[in-house]
Design a protein around this ligand. Structure first.
Ligand SMILES: [Mg+2]
Length: 242
């Protein structure tokens, strides 16, 4: 049987980004948006910033895309500002034993993250995981016909599969974001949903509104395997390769 090709997400899949990194990114983005949306040298108020963020996130799947399209913002500039951290290593939380896990998993591993290159490279190095990956695809590498197409873009995934020269069914996407899994599954990619860090996601908490989180982590039909942690992946290898 040919070896699988693993596509690993980074944030809230390989480490707990909700612990300190996402809150910092949110604060950075809000400050940046307030500056860009402001007028006469005055930053925009919180209400306006939140409304715009939510609107672009819903319409384009990412605040960045809306800012680039409608406010003449440069992608590099936005990403740089959003990913400024005083002490990134101190903010990273991850499980132990991920290096050994990746070593044990058969097949090529590709990091596929909507985060920028510098940040994702720093996190991967800090975790000591970079050496287990044959390729590192960050948002800067997600262009199709010169347009930015981050996850969950099917066009971007199709391009990636064509470049790898492998059938979709040989690839396995490991992710916490269900929209990304859904798009991948539609192309025939196998899907693993990592739910362990969802409980710390402020978006999900908001959505659940005090109701049990279990309702929101029920396995959808486009998810082949649901795990708490990537450390459970070896237990499901046979099912994923069937
Ligand atoms: Mg993620």
């Amino acid at each position: 049987m040919p070896q699988p090709i693993w596509l690993f997400d980074l944030d809230n899949t390989l480490h707990n980004a909700s612990h300190a990194i996402f809150p910092a990114i949110n604060a950075n983005m809000n400050a940046y948006l307030a500056r860009v949306l402001g007028s006469d040298g005055k930053p925009a108020d919180t209400e306006r910033v939140n409304a715009v963020r939510l609107d672009y996130w819903k319409r384009y799947g990412a605040t960045l895309l809306g800012m680039v399209l409608h406010h003449d913002v440069r992608m590099d500039d936005f990403l740089h500002e959003a990913h400024r951290f005083d002490d990134l290593p101190a903010m990273i939380r991850a499980e132990r034993g991920l290096g050994r896990l990746l070593e044990r998993l058969p097949g090529r591993k590709i990091l596929l993250t909507n985060a920028p290159l510098r940040y994702s490279r720093d996190v991967m190095r800090h975790l000591g995981l970079h050496k287990h990956f044959a390729q590192h695809i960050s948002i800067e590498g997600m262009h199709v016909h010169r347009r930015l197409r981050p996850k969950p873009s099917k066009a971007m995934l199709r391009k990636l599969l064509a470049k790898e020269g492998v059938p979709a069914g040989r690839c396995i996407l490991v992710e916490d974001t269900t929209d990304n899994l859904k798009a991948a599954r539609a192309l025939g990619v196998r899907t693993v949903w990592v739910t362990g860090y969802l409980a710390s996601s402020p978006n999900l908490k908001l959505l659940a509104g005090g109701r049990p989180l279990r309702r929101f982590t029920k396995r959808p039909t486009y998810v082949d395997v649901k795990v708490q942690s990537v450390r459970q992946l070896p237990d499901y290898l046979a099912r994923l390769r069937r």
